[in-house]
Design a protein around this ligand. Structure first.
Ligand SMILES: Cc1cc2nc3c(=O)[nH]c(=O)nc-3n(C[C@H](O)[C@H](O)[C@H](O)COP(=O)(O)OP(=O)(O)OC[C@H]3O[C@@H](n4cnc5c(N)ncnc54)[C@H](O)[C@@H]3O)c2cc1C
Length: 458
């Protein structure tokens, strides 16, 4: 009899299993895909960041002349780039198997179903357990009328494993995944067009920062068609033909491409577990409904990560997992969803935490704001990474409510503001702490000073 069986070894599930074992529970983790780490390590965060880094190095070569570095005869070895990505993924997924052993988590390989509360079935074996934690994650959302074959019409998984650089790549969806993978292939030589239904990129990100990102990405070769809906993708000769409708108008355009990436979002994976028969409630979008302790509508069955409501991010899944099992072990676990950072690893990076300006306006909340452009930051000037800005939002008495960054290293810079918000810090707390010079972090301090009406370098 186990204390806990976790279904799914993604960042939510494997972290929960390890933490539960550390807390003295007898734990097993079931994984069906034949490799640990879930979407994140296998076909998500890690391979995409490996390719972003490799393609970034290639793209950098064409800018080195401005630094007085002349590179001749550079060429692309896509096979080597993909092999490196696969090795990074392989090493990390094997690392989880090691951590399971070290912490005494039993790995059960295979696809799980839940015949009844307290039972997890894998193959012909039914395992008994006091508690079940569903961490089955998510999968790409399909676009009606567009069939993904992973050869020409791709999901993010196919776009991480192409064996040649497409000439014309159309990305459907200007969200995080579409922009990151779009930039990978643009840097390697593809002509990339991003088609988005909304009239803006990066829905959910502060509008002003998203505009800065769009401008910077356009400068780096991405083309955007906003306010457009892809209605069909058809194969014709050597290329694909996309039927694209202008939203709210009668106009229909046709666009040719040799590859299409469908990146319109992700949906929870809950099919086939037997949830309906068990009476586990899901919401209208298929996410498992849970209470504050991550318990579903059926006692003893818990759920975390991408298959429950909230931001679909690896670190959020991990936080969920730890909070859930700490609760099971009698500790107090809690996740503050208002302070979960999100990062888009494009060049420039886009990072954010807390409320956007649009959300504050809509909620009728009084706020003050400050902004500082990297163009005025001396470190950015010396590296040549001057695109973008830091923006902070705070209550009239200075308590930070949100922070948004478009710029190089934004994903690292946001950590200071996440901590500040977690501790209820004010603009003055951040601005009064000494920031190294010259550093990109000085832009964070200056944005806070700007909100206080006393920026030095703006
Ligand atoms: C291209 C891409 C890039 C991304 N980049 C980032 C990023 O930079 N940062 C970030 O925070 N997030 C990123 N994400 C999102 C991140 O991958 C997810 O938020 C995260 O993986 C969710 O973790 P999870 O544990 O909830 O689920 P998952 O990682 O999806 O893991 C679920 C696991 O459960 C297994 N499973 C499902 N059903 C069963 C069953 N019945 N039996 C046994 N096993 C089962 C699956 O095989 C899978 O391994 C990215 C996603 C994609 C697709």
């Amino acid at each position: 009899m186990f204390d806990l069986i976790v279904i799914g070894a993604g960042p939510g599930g494997y972290v929960a299993a390890i933490r539960a074992a550390q807390l003295g529970l007898k734990v097993a983790c079931v994984e069906g895909r034949g490799s640990l780490g879930g979407t994140c390590l296998n076909v998500g965060c890690i391979p995409s960041k490996a390719l972003l880094t490799s393609s970034g190095k290639y793209a950098e070569l064409s800018h080195l002349a401005a630094h007085g570095v002349v590179v001749e005869g550079a060429s692309l070895d896509l096979g080597a780039m993909m092999a490196r990505k696969d090795k990074v993924v392989g090493d990390l997924t094997k690392g989880i198997a090691f951590l399971f052993k070290k912490n005494g988590v039993e790995l059960i390989e295979g696809w799980a179903t839940i015949p009844a509360a307290g039972q997890v079935k894998v193959g012909d074996t039914i395992h008994q357990t006091k508690n079940i934690l569903i961490a089955t994650g998510s999968e790409p959302t399909p676009l009606p009328g567009v069939e993904i074959d992973e050869a020409d019409v791709l999901s993010s998984t196919g776009a991480l494993a192409l064996d040649a650089v497409p000439e014309q790549l159309v990305v459907i969806g200007a969200g995080v995944i579409g922009l990151e993978l779009g930039q990978v292939w643009a840097r390697l030589g593809a002509k990339v067009t991003v088609i988005e239904y909304l009239d803006r990129i990066l829905p959910g990100i502060d509008g002003e920062i998203a505009k800065l990102a769009q401008r910077a990405l356009s400068k780096r070769g991405l083309k955007f068609q906003l306010g457009r809906a892809v209605k069909a993708v058809e194969a014709g000769g050597n290329s694909l033909s996309l039927t694209v409708e202008r939203v709210g108008k009668d106009t229909v355009d046709t666009i040719e491409a040799d590859k299409v990436l469908v990146a319109i979002g992700r949906r929870p994976v809950t099919r086939g577990l037997g949830l309906e028969a068990l009476g586990v409630a899901v919401n209208e979008r298929g996410f498992i409904a849970v209470d504050n302790s991550f318990q579903s509508s059926v006692p003893g069955i818990y759920a975390i990560g991408d298959c429950v409501p909230g931001p679909m991010l690896a670190h959020k899944a991990e936080e969920d997992g730890v909070a859930c099992v700490e609760g099971l072990a009698g500790l107090k676990g809690h996740v503050d969803y208002d302070k979960v950072p999100g990062v888009v690893y494009t060049d420039p990076e886009v990072a954010s935490v807390g409320a956007t300006e649009e959300a504050l306006k809509e909620a009728g909340i009084d706020y003050i704001s400050g902004k500082f452009a990297f163009m005025a930051n001396s470190r950015a000037r010396s590296t040549g990474e001057t695109d973008g800005a830091v923006k902070v939002l705070a209550s009239p008495d200075g308590v930070l409510l949100g922070a948004h960054i478009c710029g190089a290293h934004g994903g690292d810079l946001i950590a200071e503001l996440v901590l500040a918000m977690a501790k209820g810090a004010t603009l003055t707390d951040v601005a009064a702490s000494c920031h190294a010079h010259p550093s990109m972090a000085e832009a964070v301090k200056e944005a806070c000073l700007d909100a206080l009406g006393r920026a030095i370098h703006a």
